[in-house]
Design a protein around this ligand. Structure first.
Ligand code: P6P
Length: 338
C-alpha cells in the first residue's frame, strides 16, 4: 500500500476512523459512532449472504412485491431485515424508512425512548434485480437527526421528510469484486474495503475527490426517445469528436454506476422518461445520499432544475430525476437544460 497523502500507511478500521471523525463534531456523542457501527455490521452480514446467494438459495424472486410494485428478491428482504435488526437494537434510532417497507417504522422498546434521536433511511439492496446475473449491487443509507418541529403523532413520517441538506451522514456499500463502503459525515468522503479474512472494513483512502471532468456518461439510452430535449442534445454532444467522444458506461445498478463516477469522474443521468415522468430513483434513500457524497467529493447533483439536497420531500418514496457527476460535465449538461 503506497503512502500517498490520502492513503494510510497502516491498517485503520472503520470503527477507529468513525471515532476519529467524531472528534470533528464536538457535540457528537458516542451514539453516532455506535449507530454507524450498526450499519457496518449489517453490511458485513449482507455481503456474506450476497457472496453465497447461489448456494444459500436466496437468489430469485420472493414471490412478493414492494410498495412500488417491484418484484422483491429474497435477498432484498433479507438485507432489509438485517438492517432493521442491526439498527433497531442500537438504542438511539427512533425511526427507519426503507425502499422495502410500505411505511416507515417507529422503533420503541417502551423505555428510554428519548435517547432515540436518529432517523435512518435506506435502500437495503439497490439494483437487486441484477443479483441473478452476478452484477454488483449495493446498500445506500442516509442518517438524519430527529426534528421535533416536524413531529406529527398522526404521521411519524413527517419527521423523515427532511431535505438532503439536513443529512448528518450518508454512504453506500457496493458488493462487487470486493465489498467497499464509502461514507461521509460532511468532512469529506472516505472509502473502506472489507477484508473478509478478518471481517473488518479497512481504510483504503480518505478525502476522495471526484475528478473535475470525466470521459464517460452513464444513462439507459433505451429511454432516450422520451428524455427531455436538452438531455438528448447533451448526449448527442457527448458523441462528437469535439467532446472526445465520451465512452458510454451503464451497469444498471446505481451504486456501481456512481462508484465509478466518484472515482473516475464523468456523469450519471436518470432523466424523466415516458415510463417514469418524475424520474425513477427515490429522493430520500437514493438521490439524497448519493448527492451528499458527490458534493462532498467536489461534484454536483441536481434534478435538472435545483440541487437534489435542496428538495423538500413530500413523501417517503418520492421519485426524482437525478443528474450527478463531475463539476465540468454537470455544468455543460446544465447549459443544455436551460
Ligand atoms: P433502468 C435498479 O433497479 C435501480 O433502482 C438503480 O440501481 C439503477 O440505477 C436503475 O434502477 C436502473 O434503472 O430503468 O435503467 O433499468
Amino acid at each position: 500500500m503506497t503512502d500517498t497523502p490520502d492513503t494510510p500507511n497502516r491498517f485503520i478500521t472503520i470503527q477507529e476512523h468513525i471515532i476519529n471523525e467524531q472528534r470533528h463534531h464536538p457535540a457528537a456523542t458516542g451514539g453516532f459512532s455506535w449507530l454507524l457501527s450498526g450499519i457496518t455490521l449489517a453490511a458485513r452480514i449482507i455481503s456474506a449472504n450476497v457472496r453465497r446467494a447461489g448456494i444459500l438459495d436466496v437468489l430469485g424472486d420472493s414471490g412478493d412485491s414492494n410498495v412500488h410494485g417491484e418484484q422483491q428478491q429474497k435477498l432484498d428482504l433479507l438485507a432489509n431485515k438485517t438492517i432493521e435488526l442491526c439498527l433497531g437494537y442500537r438504542g438511539n434510532v427512533a425511526m427507519i424508512a426503507s425502499e422495502e417497507l410500505d411505511q416507515p417504522k417507529v422503533i420503541t422498546r417502551g423505555e428510554n425512548d428519548e435517547a432515540r434521536k436518529y432517523i435512518v433511511v435506506f435502500d437495503p439492496l439497490d439494483g437487486s434485480s441484477n443479483i441473478d446475473v452476478n452484477v454488483s449491487v449495493g446498500t445506500i443509507f442516509s442518517i438524519f437527526q430527529r426534528d421535533p418541529s416536524r413531529s406529527d403523532a398522526a404521521d411519524p413520517a413527517s419527521e423523515i421528510l427532511q431535505p438532503g441538506d439536513q443529512q448528518l451522514a450518508a454512504g453506500y456499500i457496493v458488493y462487487g469484486s470486493s465489498t467497499v463502503l464509502v461514507y461521509t459525515t460532511g468532512e469529506g468522503v472516505h472509502m473502506f474495503t472489507l477484508d473478509p479474512s478478518v471481517g473488518a472494513f479497512l481504510l483504503h483512502s480518505e478525502h476522495i475527490r471526484m475528478p473535475d471532468k470525466g470521459k464517460t456518461y452513464s444513462v439507459n439510452e433505451g429511454n432516450a426517445g422520451s428524455f427531455p430535449e436538452g438531455v438528448q442534445r447533451y448526449l448527442e454532444w457527448c458523441k462528437t469528436e469535439e467532446a472526445g467522444p465520451y465512452s458510454a458506461r451503464y451497469i444498471g445498478s446505481l451504486v456501481a454506476d456512481f462508484h465509478r463516477t466518484l472515482l473516475k469522474g464523468g456523469i450519471f443521468l436518470y432523466p424523466p422518461t415516458a415510463k417514469s415522468p418524475n424520474g425513477k430513483l427515490r429522493l430520500l434513500y437514493e438521490a439524497n445520499p448519493i448527492a451528499f457524497l458527490a458534493e462532498q467529493a467536489g461534484g454536483m447533483a441536481t434534478d435538472g432544475r435545483m440541487r437534489i439536497m435542496e428538495k423538500a420531500p413530500k413523501s417517503v418514496h418520492e421519485r426524482t430525476p437525478l443528474y450527478v457527476g463531475s463539476r465540468v460535465d454537470m455544468e455543460r449538461l446544465q447549459r443544455h437544460l436551460t
